[in-house]
Design a protein around this ligand. Structure first.
Ligand SMILES: Nc1ncnc2c1ncn2[C@@H]1O[C@H](COP(=O)(O)OP(=O)(O)O)[C@@H](O)[C@H]1O
Ligand SMILES: [Mg+2]
Length: 383
């Protein structure tokens, strides 16, 4: 297999067998509407899991799955969200409906022609939907919009005697949606939940990376989806899977080399893939060579991956993450080191946690969420 930085499915997909089997058996149960909320750090493999589940569901003839990533939105408006999701749903049902054209093509077709193309009764739903999509306007009632989009999979599933698995990647980012310049996201999430409660043939699989927003959206017991979704944390690879991934492409990698890459990446597949790719290019695989590549990665790729994010933090936040990376873990240590009030430091720690940079490991003990980012901060940033 070739190393890749894109989400993987099929042959190159490693580990997660237990989770996949559980999801597969629940999601293929036509009588169950229980869904999944998959969360974990960035680059840990959430999108890959959704895509691999979708690939496996594809072979089941009573199941139709739709994959949609909120991060694919450009404007982040509610209309854009509903429109794009709607089209994905229609497209996922194309084979079952015998629909020859893609939704995107159909919304550009004049009504008169459309009526001719879509004259069979089961296509009436699609026709109504397209008519609605074409007439969408920014100032439309937001409840109506969400209701329309989220009742579409249920309607299509009933009509075709299937179950629809709706996969929404980076779900918590729905809370950022705007309509007419005001934030409507949280109301949208509540609305989705109330529709979800009445679904009989549709279920949701969602993913999210930033723990605190995931908390808002699904994980806490006061949140809208608690009890309707089974919550799963995606963890880094155990060493044996780091090994499997590396040795699938590099045949002669020594055991100590695997150990070194596992330590550096802490089992986060993105970094394993990246180091693997660089290593493959170089040809020679010794522990020394691997260490050099890791340095090079931090220097060159790290600056690309992390610098901009880092610079987008406020100056106080930057100072705090640097200090955590350099070994201060309690608010008191951090406070002493940055020379500020504890209450201020605590406030900034909270922001950093919300943004997914810092993790409160236990009461009063903070760590950097991504260990490679931590190493980059330590090695590459001067205070
Ligand atoms: N199960 C897996 N097997 C092999 N590589 C993986 C696996 N999961 C993720 N990866 C790799 O890790 C990187 C990040 O994966 P992705 O699914 O996009 O993570 P996330 O959605 O959590 O940010 C990609 O380079 C992908 O190739
Ligand atoms: Mg992803």
């Amino acid at each position: 297999m070739q190393f890749t930085l894109k989400p993987v499915k099929g042959e190159g997909f490693i580990d997660r067998q237990e989770l996949l089997e559980e999801m597969f058996s629940e999601l293929t149960d036509i009588n169950s509407t229980t869904g999944y909320a998959v969360y974990g750090k960035r680059r840990i493999g959430k999108t890959s899991i959704l895509k691999e589940v979708q690939r496996r569901l594809h072979e089941e003839h009573k199941i139709v799955s739709v994959y949609f990533s909120v991060w694919d939105l450009i404007e982040f408006s509610l209309v854009e969200f509903c429109q794009k999701l709607d089209m994905e749903i229609i497209d996922a049902y194309r084979p079952l409906l015998g629909l020859r054209y893609r939704a995107r093509e159909l919304i550009q077709t004049p009504f008169a022609v459309l009526r001719k193309i879509l004259d069979r009764s089961e296509l009436k739903i699609v026709y109504d939907e397209l008519e609605f999509l074409i007439s969408l306007k920014e100032d439309m009632d937001k409840n109506l919009l969400v209701e329309n989009t989220f009742s579409l999979p249920e309607k299509l599933a009933k009509n075709t005697d299937t179950k629809c698995v709706l996969m929404i990647d980076e779900f918590p980012s729905i809370s950022e949606l705007r309509s007419n310049n005001s934030k409507v996201g949280e109301a949208v999430i509540r609305k989705i939940r109330s529709i979800f409660e009445n679904w009989e043939r549709t279920t949701l699989c969602i993913s999210g990376s930033i723990r605190s927003t995931m908390n808002l959206a699904v994980l806490s017991s006061t949140s809208p989806f608690y009890r309707q979704l089974i919550i799963k944390e995606v963890k880094p690879f155990e060493r044996e899977y780091t090994k499997e991934l590396l040795s699938s492409s590099i045949l002669d990698i020594p055991e100590e080399g695997i150990a070194e890459i596992h330590k550096f990446s802490t089992g986060i597949p993105f970094y394993i893939q990246f180091i693997g790719k660089m290593l493959e290019r170089r040809g020679e695989v010794t522990v020394e060579g691997i260490k050099e590549i890791e340095e090079e990665f931090l220097r060159e790729e790290g600056d690309i991956l992390f610098k901009e994010e880092f610079e987008n933090l406020s100056s106080k936040e930057r100072l705090i993450v640097i200090n955590i990376a350099k070994g201060c873990h309690t608010p008191k240590e951090i406070t002493n080191s940055v020379g500020d009030k504890v209450s201020n430091v605590n406030r900034f720690l909270k922001y950093l946690e919300e943004k997914g940079y810092v993790l409160k490991k236990e009461k009063g003990y903070y760590v950097i969420e991504d260990p490679v980012f931590e190493r980059w901060l330590r090695d590459r940033v001067d205070v």
